[in-house]
Write a protein that binds this ligand. Structure first.
Ligand code: 3BY
Ligand code: FES
Ligand code: FE
Length: 410
């Protein structure tokens, strides 16, 4: 064990079950490095909706800590991902967030790659140079019913249970036949775990999210003991959705993911300020507008709301021990017409405000954990059980990483 590993091990040993994490987990640079290696360089990470790259040659880029990645659609229509680093001297190939290209040409000395990653052209490299030895390095990528995930590990963890469980919930909404109509990228001065913790509970909703609560019910389970009226609403809606053949029961994804269809508040059909549909054109072949939202949460970096007429996707990337990027994308039916079917301000308003409120909450949380007086505090088992799941998963991930490191040394 290196000093780094010993430090992570003793930090883990200091965690108290049921309590928030010791301050180092939210602030310390060494623990942040451990998060990168144990979590972000190992797990499946959400990139964005597949509809962002509908045509051959379309690409998007993202940076996972120090790993620039390009995700593209090749000429065969297959989605591929590569390390965005040239095999000559390592320059980044693409500096744009997204674009369209027939080939990848390095801006430095113009080494040129096919969209399959094959190196096809170089200059002045001599007769004996074997371009076949220098393809772009691939990254695992998969589309889970139109949601793109990458994994930087050599051997990725299993994602098939997630795929199998969430597909029946989201397939009727046909995410592949949508288009992105709005994107927001914000930087929060908060550790990525505080951003995720904040998302995994609605304990804070009543005091902070007036716009969201026009539509969102605060319960996370259909049998949540705290609710009266919503319980009746859930039963009514469950009958309607059963008749339509749309799944709604909570899926048990262990600590890895969660998926459930929950109704909106009485009278609301969408996550808009007036509760009205965000787009007149329903997704896929849907005919019933009042479908609540499929809420899908997955470790470590994403959550989604899938509605009858819109999908909203959230991605968190770590920028530093106390900085994170949150990217939100709003999608509607690919044939919906702006100004007729939807208005971008109407459609995005609630979650723009909500994200901004959550940013402030996470930043205040971060500031408070730096206090010399901060000590881990107790979570509510009723309202914060999803955080408990998240932290169980997180501690297991660090533990597995540490065990792997000590096995390597033996
Ligand atoms: O993303 C959600 O649906 C909610 C909003 C606040 C907490 N989270 C569970
Ligand atoms: Fe890419 Fe030289 S670094 S061509
Ligand atoms: Fe919130």
């Amino acid at each position: 064990m290196t000093d780094h590993h010993t430090k992570v091990r003793s930090a883990l040993d200091a965690c108290k079950p049921g309590f928030s994490l010791p301050k180092a987990f939210y602030n310390d640079a060494d623990l942040f490095e451990a998060d990168i290696e144990a979590v972000f360089y190992r797990e499946w990470l959400f990139v964005g909706p597949e509809c962002e790259i509908p045509n051959a040659g379309d690409y998007v880029t993202l940076t996972v800590h120090e790993a620039p990645i390009i995700v593209l659609r090749d000429h065969e229509g297959e989605v591929r991902a590569f390390h965005n680093s040239c095999r000559h001297r390592g320059s980044r190939l693409c500096d744009k967030a997204r674009g369209h290209t027939g080939r990848l040409v390095c801006p430095y000395h113009q080494w040129t790659y096919e969209l399959t990653g094959e190196l096809i052209s170089t200059r002045y490299m001599g007769e004996t140079f074997d371009a076949g030895q220098f393809p772009l390095k691939p990254v695992h990528v998969t589309s889970v019913e139109g949601l793109l995930y990458i994994c930087l590990a050599d051997t990725p963890p299993d994602i098939e249970r997630f795929r199998a469980e969430i597909t029946p919930y989201i397939r009727p909404h046909a995410p592949r036949r949508t288009k992105i109509v709005h994107e927001s990228v914000i930087v929060e001065d908060a550790n990525w775990k505080l951003v995720i913790e904040n998302n995994r509970e609605c304990y804070h909703c009543a005091g902070n999210h007036p716009e969201l609560l026009v539509s969102l019910v605060e319960m996370a389970l259909p049998n949540d003991a705290r609710f009266g009226d919503e319980f009746r609403l859930m039963e009514e809606k469950a009958r309607d959705w059963d008749a339509l053949g749309l799944p709604h029961a909570p899926v048990d994804g262990g600590t890895e993911f969660r998926c459930i269809r929950l109704p909106f508040r009485e009278g609301a059909k969408s996550m808009t300020l007036d509760g009205e549909l965000a787009s007149k054109k329903l997704l896929g072949e849907l005919t019933e507008p009042d479908l609540g939202s499929v809420r899908a949460f997955r470790i470590p970096n994403n959550w989604h709301h899938v509605l009858s007429e819109m999908t909203i996707h959230f991605r968190v990337l770590p920028l530093g021990p106390n900085r994170s990027e949150v990217r939100t994308t709003w999608c509607v039916h690919e044939d919906a017409i702006e100004g007729w079917d939807y208005d971008v301000k109407h459609l995005s308003h609630v979650w723009i405000e909500t994200n901004d409120q959550d940013k402030r909450l996470a930043e205040e949380n971060q500031r408070g954990t730096r206090s010399p007086a901060y000590e881990p505090g107790p979570y509510s088992e009723v309202s914060e059980f999803m955080i408990l799941n998240f932290l169980d998963w997180y501690k297991d991930a660090l533990d597995a990483w540490l065990s792997g490191a000590s096995a390597q040394q033996q």
